[in-house]
Design a protein. Structure first.
Length: 173
């Protein structure tokens, strides 16, 4: 005899694995979810109405419903949609053009490394001094009013004195 529940243990429940649902089950699940979200929102309508009244939303109702402002809004939204579609279409056309034009032609290249001599010449410094400064851990620089380097001093890195292992846990007294 089989133990009760042994089949469910071998096969996961459908609620834990929505990918095991058939298409009609997914449609029903999504429909029920949307329906109950709508019911939940409907239950909140009195609170929304109270907040709307408190913040003057009645003016919006008068303008959009009583004065038929919704039709003017829909006209404007249509023009906005047309402008967005034209701009999006132009960007898609431009991207497609560039894709076709540069397909298989990689024109980008990595930059070459700059030498110490080139950097020193650009900054007006001696290449050997610049090489020493790059190797140093701490530098103290002074600049003039125009931002040019006036002087550079290599500061020795502070050496930490490690405590001896036997003295780390004892107190000096």
């Amino acid at each position: 005899m089989e133990k009760p529940g042994s089949r469910t243990a071998a096969r996961p429940l459908i609620i834990d694995r929505p990918d095991l649902q058939s298409t009609p089950q997914r449609v029903v699940s999504a429909g029920l979810t949307a329906f109950f979200w709508a019911v939940w929102a409907y239950l909140w309508l009195p609170v929304f109405a109270l907040l709307g009244w408190a913040f003057g939303i009645s003016r919006f109702y008068e303008e959009m419903v009583v004065e038929h402002g919704a039709s003017a809004l829909l006209d404007v939204l249509g023009w906005y949609a047309l402008a967005i579609a034209l701009l999006s279409g132009s960007l898609v056309i431009w991207a497609t053009y560039n894709f076709i034009r540069f397909r298989g032609n990689e024109r980008r290249a990595t930059r070459r490394s700059t030498t110490i001599e080139e950097v020193a010449a650009h900054a007006g410094l001696a290449p050997d001094a610049l090489g020493r400064w790059q190797q140093a851990r701490v530098l103290r620089l002074r600049h003039d009013e125009s931002g040019r380097i006036e002087s550079v001093q290599i500061v020795p890195a502070p050496q930490a004195d490690p405590l001896p292992l036997h003295a780390a846990g004892t107190a000096q007294g």
